[in-house]
Design a protein around this ligand. Structure first.
Ligand SMILES: Cc1cc2nc3c(=O)[nH]c(=O)nc-3n(C[C@H](O)[C@H](O)[C@H](O)COP(=O)(O)OP(=O)(O)OC[C@H]3O[C@@H](n4cnc5c(N)ncnc54)[C@H](O)[C@@H]3O)c2cc1C
Length: 507
């Protein structure tokens, strides 16, 4: 009897897993995950991702064992691994989810499909979350997303029948960073991978942490606790978007129900509404990469080509990477991100905006650096956001963040800056966001000599801000950019507002 393979990739769960449920209902399955050297060596991959992946694989394997099966791990190139299994045992079908990953996984999936076709093997691919393969028109997307989110979560199969005894497929142990040819991890993941941790995280958000999500999501002081923090679980597929949406809706119903008997803080309703809209954004952004995989490395609007590419300053890039730009809010965010592998949306946007506007760096290198730092790296969201925050889409409002303004708004007492930039500990609040404004005497008095204890700003804010503003608006207002923007909007734009109404960012 030929083998059915359930091919796990970024869908490391057993519930709401259409591929597993379908294969298990049809007969014995080999559950397979393949470490692919090409992916592990890619410039967007970091040992922290491997550690979280391994934790998630362990959790998945345990669950599959409880369901009567197990996870087989292999390492190698695809489709070569499938070809070996096919030669030895004969494969009848491969079941998996449609993946919208990076360019490497996109090419890999094409190779696997071509190989399966050539060998007469059925490849059953199921939609991932709210992302639609071969979407005919963006006009239809929102309705499809809503419809998918309404469909019941697919139950975990009662059992996953194992392959017959003669099919002995050896599994390798979890791959270490040394075996993967990676550098030693800088930090361990701040969140544990796997299904239990994923559902715990979601439930603690919905039942307690999320109360002030709406009002506390923008400050790095409060966001780490008040935001859901489910992003790595969605990225690795320990949790599906539909599960998160439906859990949020159930919580809403429960709160509405208990309103009769007890006081319910109205902040819950606002926070849960914001949460669901962000889950829709999750898929909205990934849909863009699904529809145009080159967004990973090419400006979505070609009118911006050449705007920054030839002016890349490695020295500025390095200062930004290391958190020594002389802008305390930027440096605090970068250092906090390095230490914790996560930072909130507003601060991600500020980091990217600072790189793109103040430092005039093309988005690609900063995007790769952030991809390595973010535990939740999700190519579809990431590259679209990086392009958007750099102003090269032509369809989003230009937003150049002032680091000092962000410090005043989001860290008014300077606690965040003092935590991450201890060189500035003695600097009084009024100078904390711009310590270079202190006189020499004040610098000595407060124990922070600019240029010695903390860097002078690597660029002059007002000049860099104004120059960037002029250049980006000039590029955006060209006839070519406007013409292209229409096409970008047609293909990728959110239909919630018309293009003319789009005065704010999409995220
Ligand atoms: C430059 C830049 C790069 C980013 N790169 C990534 C990335 O690689 N992976 C990633 O998951 N998110 C990315 N984001 C979006 C956002 O910052 C994170 O999703 C969010 O901070 C994750 O924390 P959370 O799970 O607590 O989010 P919550 O605020 O609790 O939101 C719940 C979920 O909604 C989705 N979501 C929230 N905000 C956005 C958004 N603006 N766009 C799309 N989906 C959103 C995420 O899946 C998130 O887990 C990026 C944002 C920027 C500005």
């Amino acid at each position: 009897m030929a083998l059915q393979i359930v091919w796990f990739r970024r869908d490391l769960r057993t519930t709401d897993h259409a591929a597993l449920a379908t294969a298990a209902s049809r007969g014995p399955c080999l559950c397979l995950f393949v470490y692919e050297p090409e992916m592990l060596q890619a410039p967007d991959f970091d040992p922290i991702h491997l550690e979280f992946l391994n934790q998630s694989l362990t959790s998945l394997d345990l669950r599959l064992q409880q369901l009567g099966n197990r996870l087989v791990l292999k390492t190698g190139r695809l489709p070569d691994i499938f070809a070996e299994l096919h030669r030895e045992f004969g494969i009848s079908a491969i079941y998996g989810h449609e993946e919208t990953g990076n360019w490497i996984s996109y090419q890999r999936d094409r190779r696997v499909r071509a190989w399966a076709r050539a060998n007469g093997i059925a490849c059953h691919e199921f939609p991932s979350n709210g992302v639609v393969r071969r979407l005919a028109s963006r006009d239809d997307w929102s309705a499809i997303w809503k419809q998918r989110m309404r469909q019941p979560v697919i139950p975990e199969p009662a059992t996953v029948p194992p392959p017959p005894p003669h099919v002995q497929v050896p599994s390798i142990p979890l791959l270490t960073w040394q075996q993967a040819g990676l550098h030693a991890p800088r930090i361990s993941p701040p969140q544990t991978g796997g299904r239990h941790a994923a559902t715990d995280c979601l439930h603690s958000f919905l039942n307690s942490r999320g109360l002030n999500y709406r009002s506390e999501m923008s400050s790095p002081l409060t966001a780490a606790e008040s935001c859901s923090r489910i992003s790595p679980y969605l990225s690795f597929g320990c949790l599906s978007v539909r599960e998160a949406v439906q859990a949020g809706r159930q919580r809403l119903l429960q709160l509405r129900g208990s309103q009769q008997q007890t006081h319910v803080d109205p902040a819950w309703f606002q926070s849960l509404a914001s949460f669901e809209s962000r889950l829709a954004w999750h898929c909205h952004f990934i849909q863009k990469l699904e529809d145009e995989p080159t967004i990973e490395f090419r400006n979505v609007n070609s009118a911006f080509n050449g705007l920054r590419e030839n002016e890349f300053r490695p020295d500025l890039f390095e200062a930004w990477q290391q958190g020594v730009t002389g802008y305390p809010m930027v440096d605090a965010c970068m250092r906090s991100l390095q230490a914790g592998a996560w930072i909130n949306f507003r601060m991600r946007a500020m980091l990217m905006s600072f790189a793109a506007y103040h430092l005039w760096l093309h988005w690609r290198q900063p995007a790769l650096h952030l991809a390595q730092l973010f535990l939740d790296y999700e190519p579809g969201i990431h590259y679209c956001q990086c392009q958007m925050q750099s102003g090269v889409t032509g369809i989003n409002a230009i937003r150049i963040y002032s680091p000092a303004r962000q410090a005043a708004d989001q860290d008014p007492r300077g606690d965040f800056i003092r935590q991450w930039v201890p060189e500035l500990e003695g600097v009084p609040d009024e100078y904390l966001a711009e310590p270079h404004r202190m006189s020499r005497l004040q610098q000595d008095l407060f124990g922070c000599r600019i240029g010695r204890d903390y860097p002078a700003p690597i660029v002059h804010h007002e000049t860099a801000f104004k120059t960037a503003q002029q250049r980006i608006f000039a590029a955006r207002d060209s006839a070519f950019a406007r013409h292209n923007a229409r096409k970008v909007y047609e293909k990728h734009g959110s239909r919630k507002r018309t293009m003319e109404q789009r005065t704010r960012n999409e995220g």
